[in-house]
Design a binder for this molecule. Structure first.
Ligand SMILES: *Cc1c(COP(=O)(O)O)cnc(C)c1O
Length: 389
């Protein structure tokens, strides 16, 4: 098919030309005296993406799921208790990973489409008078449901409970796109991956640790091998890694961080806000509903759209791909067939989004949904124009 695939899944996301070009190079000697400078520059710039100046960033060749594990095994003792609010497939999977690693997982389950209930976390911590809960795990932007949680509110609930647990946050689909205030929110371990807001291929995981979390690493008794942070944090040459680094991805990361710096954090956040609002305007014009149940918690990186009873979201995704070369995200787990997702994060602009909305609108009609041709595009156009006026 001529022309590019329109990639509107919530990760992996589109690669900017500058990132592609930076990665198109021969391999090099990662033990050469020149190599650490590349990594040192990246590690110096990464905390800023999390909204941190006090944090320490580390990188692993891994997907985001690997960094979930790295955060846990470097800071928590074997069998430690953790508290997770499950509100979508990614929080379910993080809780599952913690359980399989032998941690005792307390869960708070909310309806999919709801944000993290900071009040219930606070109540659970107040009940934990012996301070057995060692960490609270929160997914900032639940990519399955298109819901962004208020991490500041979770921190306030933890402080009000006077509880010393670490606050661990999954920012895989928020970091680089949504406002992240690691220091202000008191996040101790902030997790992300390369293939979403950072506009890179999958394969590089990032963990940003607070000074409190860094202080836990050396004495942590949990067995760990590949994800052991001790040789990384204790390296005499910063930027040294005890394994072969993902050299191409590191060059891409340098370019991606330069792009984010050139746009500026406020402008990046505003662009994603505009893309998110335009997408939601289209959904409303189609007469469809969001999975997100709380208007103030809508995600500006991914929109999860419910289809009416009797319709199959898989048919919409299939028509979009086969007829229009448009990739939409599937409904995950219990949302399979009931929802589809439009990812609008990373290297995207307004007219690219309008193409995806046009394609989605056609696919909805192809799948038999009663949607008016042009209605979503018109609503999104007006939303964008109003935002830019
Ligand atoms: C994509 C995603 C993950 C998983 O990342 P992988 O790189 O696929 O392992 C974790 N959490 C959230 C919120 C995500 O969006």
């Amino acid at each position: 098919m001529a022309g590019r695939n329109h990639l509107f899944i919530p990760g992996p996301t589109n690669l900017p030309d500058a990132v592609l070009n930076a990665m198109h190079r021969n391999m090099e000697d990662h033990r050469s005296p020149d190599f650490p400078a590349l990594v040192q520059g990246i590690l110096a710039d990464l905390p800023g993406v999390f909204g941190s100046t006090a944090g320490t960033a580390v990188l692993f060749p891994a997907s985001g799921s690997g960094i979930w594990e790295a955060a846990l095994v470097n800071t928590l003792a074997p069998g430690a208790r953790v508290l997770v609010a499950r509100k979508g497939q990614f929080s379910v999977l993080w809780a599952d990973a913690a359980q399989r690693l032998g941690y005792r997982v307390d869960t708070i389950d909310v309806e999919w489409g709801m944000p993290t209930p900071a009040d219930q976390i606070g109540e659970a911590l107040v009940r934990d008078v012996a301070h057995e809960i060692a960490a609270v795990l929160v997914v900032h932007n639940e990519t399955a449901t298109g819901v962004t949680s208020d991490i500041g509110a979770v921190r306030r609930a933890m402080d009000a409970a006077r509880h010393p647990a670490l606050l661990m946050v999954d920012g895989v689909s928020s970091v680089g796109s949504l406002e992240c205030r690691m220091d202000a929110w008191g996040v101790d371990a902030f997790v992300t991956g390369s293939q979403k807001g950072l506009m890179l291929p999958p394969g590089l995981g990032v963990l940003c640790l607070s000074p409190k979390a860094v202080a836990r690493v050396a004495a942590c008794p949990t067995p760990r091998a590949y994800f052991d942070l001790r040789p990384v944090l204790g390296a005499t040459t910063p930027g040294f890694s005890p394994y072969t680094p993902a050299i191409s991805l590191l060059h891409g990361m340098r370019a991606a961080l330069d792009l984010l710096k050139a746009e500026g954090t406020a402008a990046t956040i505003a662009r994603h806000a505009r893309l998110g609002a335009a997408t939601r305007a289209a959904v409303a014009a189609w007469g469809l509903s969001l999975c997100c149940r709380v208007p103030t918690a809508v995600s500006n990186t991914v929109t999860t759209v419910m289809v009416p009873d009797g319709a199959d979201a898989r048919a919409v995704i299939d028509f979009a791909y086969r007829r229009y070369n448009l990739s939409l995200g599937a409904g995950l787990a219990r949302l399979a067939g009931r929802a589809f997702r439009i990812g609008h994060l990373g290297d995207l602009n307004d007219l690219a989004l309008l193409a995806a909305i046009a394609g989605t609108e056609m696919a909805l009609r192809d799948a038999g949904l009663a949607v008016t041709a042009g209605s979503g595009v018109a609503a999104a156009e007006e939303s964008i124009r109003a935002a830019l006026a």
